[in-house]
Structures are given as structure tokens and as C-alpha cells.
Design a protein around this ligand. Structure first.
Ligand code: FMN
Length: 489
């Protein structure tokens, strides 16, 4: 493993793999920049690096689609692999497998250093004008410009016992104020509640442009009050460097491109949203009041680069970062519970609404119906599983990261009678089809789709063989592949 220890280094390495296109023309932050980012995601193009954004402080740059899929058809997950410090040819199931062991690494606390790159420039109070940053107005219908889409928000509990890092969207409110979304069930929401209870403003630090591994761990739905900053040290095999903030006692990754510090108001609320969300929709009129984040200081590297994730219809970072983390955590939990599962994967195309679980049939001890129920119930009971509304259980002849195989198997192996519906399940209120009541209560109905083939493949007169190229004898297939061009194809 070779971790990349800063966002700057990540951008440089992406360039070496032809994963970046530098755009020198002036580009408008108002829709134009994100339209380019969206097209890059949707055509699996390199990540656009915007060198010249209209109206913004010269020298400030933006990297769009930081973990989009690669143009490299053989290794579409290069950016995920590099983010995790893994070989670029790591396949999607292998990424999930590796990342599923994250909760087991031995934590290594960060090293507090005196100075870091993020301190190269320091601005305080009225010196700060966030509107001069190259911050995008992302989607048609959004409520404002989104400053944070792929950075981390650092907060801690009032007693200092738990420091939390998460990726959460933050909208620009004014030159020195932000509108930060706080979802009660997320760790940010839990910590914010503690500050409200003691009647004090919660200090925060928003770090834009952190090590790619830090961004990956900040999107990982770890259970319990685990410290991401210690686990990432464990994952890297060495401590990460952190520096103290200027105006509060939070510590932030020393190589961060930009650090914005401040406190969350106890009394002032500001409108936030709508925002084009990971389900793929911008809910027009979906503006909500949220606590105002008051900015007191901003420090930054020279010529900082801001990452921008233009969430929406997949593939974008909600599936390549969050979805892979969710699948990894669930895979770890199901294995620990002794369930006979082979792999878990969230097909990118499902916008984090489907979890596919494949089963090692040789280890199966109960009937198909029972096993599907056990798997689905175990998934929904986990924190990571609370995000996923639908579980599809399949035989392990299917590669869950191959959407063609998944759709074929789901369509042809699932009998509608074999669907189990579970009511009153916890859910993130951002799932695409929830009604207002479900969003308010964060509870919904979830489904388990049992697509398992009959045990022992049915009776002898019903046995099936997959009718496709991969079912032909191995030697014949190899021979055909080798001769393919000679045939004239
Ligand atoms: C690109 C991206 C955007 C995200 N946006 C949000 C968001 O706006 N709000 C939110 O609660 N979670 C969001 N998440 C998911 C959280 O980062 C994830 O659930 C994480 O586990 C939360 O941190 P926690 O485990 O410390 O609660 C996003 C994840 C990614 C990768």
C-alpha cells in the first residue's frame, strides 16, 4: 500500500495516469463548471482541473469529479484504488473486500505538528470573502453555491472525547457565513445535539482538499464513536499530521488545501437547499432552515485546489466513495455474523438504493427464504444498512459489480412471491421516493428480493445452465478470444 498523503499529491498522481484534463479557459462558476463536471462523470472522462474560474481569486483552482470513473475501461476504479493506496488494477469487489477490513485496523493517533501547508496563508474575520472562492452553483434549481461537496467537516464533542470527520454538504450563505446541513441521525447531528444541550456554539473546521484516503474514510459509515483520524493512521500504517486551528482547539489535516474555521450559531437559522442529491433529483422548493455556520478564520495553501463533487445521477462520489464504504462495512458485519455470504456491492447505477449480496451456496444451512430473510434483516439492522432501502440476494455465479449480470439475474430469478417487505425501518431521509411523512420520521418500508436459484439447482429435470459465452468449454473460449481479430472482428 502506498497512501497519497495530500490532495495535491493525489492530483499529481492522477495526472500521471491521464486522469486529469487541465482547463485553462475561463469557466463560469455559475452552472458551466458543474455542467463540465457532470459530462465528465457521465462519459467516464478524466477529472476536469479548472485553472481559471470567473470572478474568483487568481490562483485558486477546482478539481471536479475527484473520484469519478476512469476512461480506462480495463480499470474504471483507478481513482478509488489510488484514494485507498491500492494498486490501480484493483477490481470493484476487491476494493470492497480490502475496505471491509478498515474497522479492524489498529488505530494510530495523529501526530500534532507545529506547522503545515494549510497555514501558508491566514485570513481572519472581515479579511475573508468566501464569495471570491471558485465555488460552483452546481445544478439547475439549487438553492445556492455549494462550498463543500467533497471536503471534511471536523467537529468534536464538548468533553473532547470524540472527534468526528464527515463529508456533508455545505452551502455558501454570505462572505463569512455558511449554511450547513445537519442530519440528526448522522454523527454530526449527534455531536451538534450535545452542544445545543449545554447551550454553547459548536466549533467547526471545514477542510477542503484533504488526502484522498481521508475523504474516503469521512464517507465511511463507521459504527459507534470511532475516530476516523486514528483509523486512517491505522489504514496507512503511519500517523497522519494534524495542526491546530487558529481560533479553536480543533485539529485538522496539515496538508489541507483550505481550512475554514468557525462556530455554529445557536440562534441564527438560514435557508439551505434545494440541492441536486445522490438519488439523482433536485427537489424544487425543498429549501429548509438550517443553523448558520459563522466563519472566523480561513487558512490555505498557496494556489489551493478545491475538490467538487457534482452529486446527482450516478456515477459520482456518492457511489464510488460512500457506496463502496457502505458495502464494505455491511460485508464485514455479515461475515462476522457467520452468514454464508460471498460479496456485497452497491451497483453504481442504483444511486445507493440497491445492495446486492451474493451467497456462497456451499455454506448454506437454511432454506432460501430463511437465508434471504436473515441476510436482509442483518443488513437493515446495521448503521450502513440503514441507508439502503432494497437488498437483492443472488447466487455467487453473479458478479455484483457487473450491472448486466445483476439485472439479468434479478429479472429472471426473482419470483414476485419471494419478495419480503419489512415496515418501519430506519432510513436516511434522502432516499429518492420517500413521502414527506417518511422523510420527517426517517422510517420507511424496505424490501428483500430473494433471487436464489432452487437449492441443488432444482430436481434433475429442471436443471439449468447459463446460456452464454462464458458457459462454453474454457479451452474453446480461449481459442476464440485469441483468434477474434483473425476472424475479421
Ligand atoms: C460525496 C458525498 C456527499 C455526501 N453528502 C452528505 C450530506 O450532505 N449529508 C450527510 O449527512 N451525509 C453525506 N454523505 C454521507 C456521509 O459522509 C457518510 O454517511 C458518513 O458516514 C457520515 O459521517 P459519520 O459516519 O461520521 O456520521 C456524503 C458522502 C459523500 C461521499
Amino acid at each position: 500500500m502506498k497512501p497519497l498523503k495530500s490532495f495535491r499529491e493525489y492530483v499529481e498522481v492522477l495526472k500521471e495516469y491521464n486522469e486529469v484534463v487541465s482547463i485553462h479557459q475561463e469557466i463560469d462558476w455559475n452552472l458551466e463548471m458543474s455542467a463540465i463536471i457532470r459530462r465528465a462523470y457521465e462519459t467516464h472522462a478524466p477529472a476536469p482541473l479548472f485553472k481559471n474560474v470567473k470572478d474568483s481569486t487568481p490562483g485558486f483552482e477546482v478539481l471536479g469529479a475527484p473520484v469519478g470513473l476512469s476512461p480506462n475501461e480495463e480499470h474504471p476504479y483507478i481513482r478509488v484504488a489510488l484514494s485507498l493506496g491500492l494498486p490501480i488494477n484493483t477490481t470493484a469487489p476487491e476494493l470492497v473486500e480490502a475496505w471491509s477490513h478498515l474497522p479492524e485496523v489498529t488505530p494510530i493517533p495523529p501526530r500534532l505538528v507545529e506547522n503545515g501547508e494549510c497555514k501558508e496563508n491566514k485570513l481572519f474575520n472581515d479579511e475573508i470573502d468566501l464569495t471570491k472562492l471558485p465555488i460552483p452553483f452546481i445544478h439547475v434549481g439549487d438553492g445556492g453555491r455549494y462550498i463543500n461537496t467533497y471536503g471534511i467537516l471536523v467537529v468534536r464533542t464538548p468533553d473532547g472525547s470524540w472527534v468526528n470527520w464527515s463529508i456533508t454538504r455545505v452551502m455558501l450563505d454570505g462572505p463569512q457565513s455558511l449554511a450547513g446541513v445537519i442530519i440528526p441521525s448522522q454523527d454530526l447531528g449527534k455531536i451538534h445535539r450535545q452542544w445545543k444541550e449545554i447551550g454553547e456554539e459548536m466549533p467547526f473546521a471545514l477542510c477542503l482538499g484533504v488526502d484522498p484516503g481521508i475523504a474516503m474514510i469521512a464517507g465511511y459509515p463507521l459504527s459507534g464513536d470511532v475516530s476516523e483520524r486514528e483509523l486512517i493512521g491505522g489504514w496507512y500504517g503511519e500517523a497522519i499530521d494534524v495542526v491546530k486551528c487558529e481560533t479553536n482547539d480543533l485539529e485538522v489535516p496539515a496538508t489541507s488545501e483550505i481550512v475554514i474555521e468557525g462556530t455554529v450559531s445557536l440562534t441564527e437559522m438560514v435557508p439551505e437547499g434545494p440541492f441536486g442529491e445522490y438519488a439523482g433529483y433536485t427537489w424544487i422548493g425543498h429549501e429548509k432552515p438550517t443553523p448558520r455556520f459563522d466563519v472566523k478564520a480561513m487558512t490555505h495553501r498557496n494556489n489551493p485546489i478545491i475538490p467538487v463533487s457534482a452529486t446527482g445521477v450516478p456515477p459520482e462520489e456518492s457511489s464510488t466513495n460512500w457506496g463502496i464504504g457502505i458495502a464494505a462495512d455491511i460485508q464485514n458485519t455479515l461475515r462476522k455474523q457467520g452468514l454464508p455470504i460471498k460479496q456485497c456491492f452497491i451497483p453504481l447505477e442504483s444511486a445507493v438504493h440497491w445492495l446486492v449480496v451474493t451467497v456462497d451456496r456451499s455454506q448454506q444451512k437454511v432454506d432460501n427464504e430463511q437465508l434471504s430473510h436473515d441476510i436482509g434483516a442483518a443488513v437493515f439492522a446495521t448503521r450502513a444498512g440503514s441507508y439502503v432501502p432494497k437488498v437483492i440476494v443472488l447466487d455467487d455465479d453473479i458478479d455484483p459489480s457487473n450491472i448486466n449480470q445483476v439485472v439479468w439475474a434479478f429479472a429472471t430469478r426473482h419470483h414476485p412471491d419471494q419478495r419480503e417487505v419489512m415496515a418501519e425501518q430506519k432510513v436516511l431521509p434522502l432516499v429518492g421516493y420517500l413521502d414527506e411523512k417518511e422523510k420527517r420520521e426517517a422510517l420507511t418500508t424496505k424490501a428483500i428480493y430473494n433471487c436464489l436459484l432452487p437449492l441443488n439447482n432444482g430436481s434433475s429435470d429442471e436443471q439449468s445452465i447459463e446460456a452464454s459465452f462464458r458457459s462454453y468449454p474454457e479451452e474453446m473460449r480461449q481459442n476464440i478470444i485469441e483468434n477474434w481479430e483473425k476472424y475479421g472482428f
